[in-house]
Design a protein around this ligand. Structure first.
Ligand code: SF4
Length: 435
């Protein structure tokens, strides 16, 4: 790729490292896993603490993770403690955090470290990725750089955004070719003496300054090195009316931009674009001046989520004394929401009329309980929408009061009666809590 997309000058690499680390030292957020990574003297415990945080932070906001992380580390402060826990306990603590297979895989990997590696965490990014199930290149790099000080870069969503903006990378940032370049760049940039802090600084910058929609460029510690920002400023320069022609125009100079941000030739090189450059935006999607730096990164259009409908029935038993109880059943041990508990549910064909939905659910409950269930006895409560990453799910909710305990065939699914309080403490998904 062209030089304009790389960090090829040692002086600039040093300046970016210095500026980012100084900013991180004064502005970093106080987070529980950072305290453990800094203060835990036992290297295996330290790596475990970082590993748990990295798995929880995948797909989940920091603010949400903090409470889960503290409870997790209190309950299972070591790999050994986690390895000895039951999957049910793991699911219960994970409930509400989403992407439930993460907790299960974390525990499986902890068991592997305890049983096959004598409780010793692999000591390099390469080994972590090779030996631990569920640990990919990013997580391995984060654990190794933060816990062991290995000088290895990391690339996550925040880093992708920052690097694409710093170097005007406008090709599809989810493509393997672009990702490979970003990994190369992260490995070049990472500070050799403080790799863990540098990686966290880059991610922190993406999370708190170089945000997806409204980046705070004027507060950015690396703004002097940011080509997207220069491009935005150039776009508003009154002497350069058509920025797409900037390469040609700036060859003979742009007085206001060049005096403010460096030699004109830099702009010409950075923004002229090269027809077949693998990292430039495609010719069909030129710079949109209304977007500014958020022109970068670019991604291929996302696939539309699949639409699904599920009928679900809240079976409620009101005893003479005590709180009402509700019947919940356990989902299969693989697939979406594996092993979690839910109200008895039935996936519905799309376009089914309400009457048919009700009949299908009544049939299902009849087969499950071995008792007559009249479709007319199901009370329609309403619809609950929950968006999973790839599914737009609508739950059509019914209720059915029952006079005495209903029993289900345990061969079909484990089941139990719970009070409302027990329901919330059980391993149930956020979607079911909405129901
Ligand atoms: Fe991001 Fe703006 Fe900083 Fe560039 S200057 S890295 S776009 S915050």
């Amino acid at each position: 790729p062209a030089q304009r997309h790389l960090f090829s000058e040692a002086a600039e690499v040093g300046a970016v490292r210095g500026a980012l680390l100084a900013w991180y030292d004064s502005c970093k957020r106080d987070l529980p896993w950072r305290a453990l990574a800094a203060n835990e003297p036992d290297v295996d415990r330290r790596a475990y603490a970082v590993w748990v945080s990295e798995i929880m932070l995948q797909q989940t906001q920091v603010a949400t993770v903090i409470d889960y992380y503290n409870r997790w580390m209190q309950k299972w402060p070591t790999l050994q403690a986690l390895a000895a826990a039951s999957l049910e306990e793991v699911n219960e603590l994970w409930a509400g955090l989403g992407y439930y297979s993460r907790g299960k895989r974390l525990q499986e990997a902890a068991r592997k470290v305890v049983s096959e590696l004598a409780g010793r965490m692999p000591r390099t990014a390469e080994e972590l990725q090779k030996l631990l199930p569920g640990v990919g290149r990013y997580t391995a790099g984060a654990i190794a750089s933060i816990s062991y000080g290995q000088a290895t870069g990391v690339v996550d969503g925040n880093v992708i955004r920052v690097l694409c903006r710093l170097r005007c990378i406008g090709a599809d940032s989810s493509s393997p070719a672009v990702l490979a370049r970003l990994w190369d760049m992260a490995n070049v940039l990472v500070d050799r003496s403080r790799p863990g802090d540098f990686n966290q600084a880059l991610m922190e910058l993406g999370a708190t300054v170089c945000m997806p929609k409204a980046p705070l460029c004027e507060e950015c510690p690396v703004k002097q090195h940011c080509h997207a920002r220069r491009r935005r400023l150039l776009g508003s320069c009154p002497t350069v009316p058509d920025v797409e022609d900037c390469g040609k125009q700036l060859a003979w100079g742009c007085p206001c931009c060049s005096s403010a941000y460096g030699p004109t030739v830099t702009f010409a090189l950075v923004f002229a674009g090269v027809g077949d450059c693998p990292l430039c935006p495609p010719a069909t999607e030129p710079w949109d001046s209304s977007l500014g730096v958020t022109n970068f990164p670019r991604k291929a259009a996302k696939k539309q989520p699949r639409v699904a409908r599920t009928a679900t029935c809240v079976l409620e038993h009101r005893g003479r004394r005590g709180a009402p109880r509700f019947l919940i059943v356990q989902r299969p041990s693989s697939g979406l929401l594996a092993g979690l508990w839910e109200f008895p549910s039935l996936p519905l064909a799309l376009g089914l009329q309400e009457e048919k939905q009700r009949e299908a659910l009544a049939d299902h409950l009849r087969a499950w309980t071995g008792r007559p269930v009249a479709a007319g006895g199901l009370q329609y409560v309403g619809e609950v929408i929950h968006i999973f990453s790839h599914i737009h799910q609508t739950y059509v909710v019914y209720s059915l009061p029952v006079d005495e305990d209903v029993t289900l065939d345990p061969a079909l699914s484990p089941w139990r009666w719970v009070t409302e309080e027990e329901f919330h403490a059980s391993a149930v998904s956020t979607a079911m809590k909405k129901v």
